[in-house]
Design a binder for this molecule. Sequence first.
Ligand code: CA
Length: 234
Amino acid sequence: MSKKKKSNSNQTFAISVFVGIVVLVGALFFVSKLQDKKSEAVYPTITGVKDVKVNGFDTKDQPTLSNKEAKIEVVEFGDYKCPICADWNRVVFPQLKADYIDKGLINFSFINYPFISKDSNLAALASEVVYKHDKESFWKFQEEIYLKQEDETKTWATQDKLASIAKSVIPNLDVKQFKKDLYKKETMKQVANDVAIANHYGVQGTPTIFVNGKAVDNPSLESIKAAIDAELNK
Ligand code: CA
């Protein structure tokens, strides 16, 4: 082979390698975009929040344990992926229920504020589907999802896991329909409504507790009791 020919073939080889790399990088970029799209389809972002006109806590559309006579409204904002919310529901909530809800002294509502990660949104959507299906089962679903909570850095609130938790509290649940309902406009509207209320009241983390429209400094039983007792004594 002459020197010139050898140099030409080296050049051709270098160009081929370069083109190959460009094609490979392009393909990887395409695949990662495709995966993002797939992930977004499964774990949607909450849309329509800005279109919501917030009208107080609007608890008539929220899961509420109520007593018509009670004048005090307690609201919890929660994210099912939040470990402190799981502790709060296991430790503080039963005490609050025994001392105030069961005695008919307060109305207690739950509002979604999914903010931790992409599957927080899917878990919030699932809670709305359960609530729409059966209001009573909502509270059992909430208890179960916190019991089955995993590490917050992992994506664990999958369609399958949420459906299996829902099925465990609603035995006659149509799982296929449940999964479809997660992505219905109406379900998204409910969570968008919740997030808009949270934004309106300046909620920045979970659990955040409000007593008669005022945020309690911290979600400890002592602080919440003090806030409720102050309202009861008014
Ligand atoms: Ca809601």
